[in-house]
Design a protein around this ligand. Structure first.
Ligand code: ACO
Length: 318
């Protein structure tokens, strides 16, 4: 029986930091409102000439260096993003090119908005468990600044740009105990960018019914915990770290309370990064691994809710 385990992580955030004070000059908002309602203090915003695949590259390179493996030994590349460089080729193919990998490994994108990294991790885990691959690169990246309406105070204060990566390897023991994926497309109007290729419109920006998303997210995150732990032999109290999607500190706090955990057991990056969509979980994971909070053998629960709605979780022993 095979499992996959995480052997390296990396993150990348654009250099430019945008504070809440800067947003006060753009829309009718305040640092106080943003911090009180979301926990966000600042976010990183990409340069005009920067691309999603470039952000993926820096995050992936750090993960590869961290794991100490040869890029050519990577047998699968999956990138989760809703903001690719181009319609095609995929960001994963563009990343493969930047990394100089020419071993014929498959590379493709996954689009599940803020749950994208969990979706990509789950797909990759299935390949490794099935014995089809030994080593794979999973990246979550989003350049939300390109799809924000900078005149809409209900959305522009919430998001940021970034990329996070994890390198997975086949192992005889977990590793990843379990991943769960869910979607309910009947909620597709609640959170969307209402423009695309076959349905272009004059509104190519993130539109969100914040309250409805909030309520759904709190409930979904609560319900998925029991479902994730089922049949793993692990209990709620075995979870050392929660690495949640970083949309709003209040959603995270509600989940923590229901889990009977403490905020000290959460890797929290929303204050510094804002919501970086598919990048938020791998960026938080990388932060927790690099500063030594997450130690070998620790049990980590990752969970996310995103547009679609999509939601999912991963239970991992590091
Ligand atoms: N500054 C000041 N006031 C604001 C701002 C702002 N930036 N934004 C909204 N307000 C106002 C509203 O207009 C409203 O005013 P009114 O009462 O006069 O109408 C008031 O503040 C309260 O608005 P609410 O929407 O009720 O505020 P709430 O406490 O729900 O917070 C928020 C809004 C932060 C968007 C919250 O609902 C939220 O976090 N929702 C979930 C977002 C999320 O989880 N997304 C995850 C998925 S993201 C993805 O997949 C891409």
């Amino acid at each position: 029986m095979y499992y996959s385990r995480i052997i390296g992580s990396g993150g990348y955030l654009p250099e430019r930091v945008m504070s809440n004070a800067e947003l006060e000059a753009l829309v009718d908002t305040s640092d106080e409102w943003i911090q009180a309602r979301t926990g966000i203090r600042k976010r990183h915003i990409a340069r005009e000439d920067e691309t999603t695949s470039e952000m993926c590259y820096y995050a992936a390179r750090r993960a590869i260096e961290c794991a100490g493996v040869a890029p050519d030994s990577i047998e699968l590349i999956v990138v989760a993003t809703s903001t690719p460089d181009l319609i095609y080729p995929s960001s994963a193919c563009l990343l493969q090119r930047r990394l100089g990998i020419r071993n014929g490994a498959p590379a493709f994108d996954v689009q599940a908005v803020c749950s994208g990294f969990i979706y990509a991790l789950s797909i990759t885990d299935q390949y490794i468990r099935a014995g089809a691959m030994q080593r794979a690169l999973v990246v979550g990246a989003d350049m939300n600044s390109r799809i924000l309406d900078w005149r809409d105070r209900t959305t522009c204060v919430l998001f940021g740009d970034g990329a996070g990566a994890a390198l997975l390897e086949r192992s005889d023991s977990p590793g990843i105990y379990k991943t769960l994926l869910h979607a309910d497309g009947s909620y597709s109007d609640h959170l969307q960018v209402p423009s695309g290729v076959s349905k272009p419109s004059a509104d190519p920006f993130i539109r969100m019914r914040g309250n409805e998303v909030f309520k759904f997210a709190v409930q979904a995150m609560d319900e998925i915990v029991g479902e994730t732990l089922a049949d793993t032999g692990l209990q709620q109290q075995d979870i050392d770290w929660l690495v949640p999607h970083q949309a709003n500190q209040r959603i995270i706090a509600a989940t923590v309370k229901k889990l009977g955990m403490s905020m000290d057991q959460v890797i929290l990056t929303v204050g510094e990064h804002g919501n970086t969509s598919a990048a938020s979980i791998p960026l938080a994971l990388d932060a927790g691994l690099r500063d030594g909070r997450i130690k070998q053998g620790d049990i980590i629960l990752m969970e996310a809710v995103g547009g679609g709605f999509t939601w999912g979780s991963a239970l991992v022993r590091y």
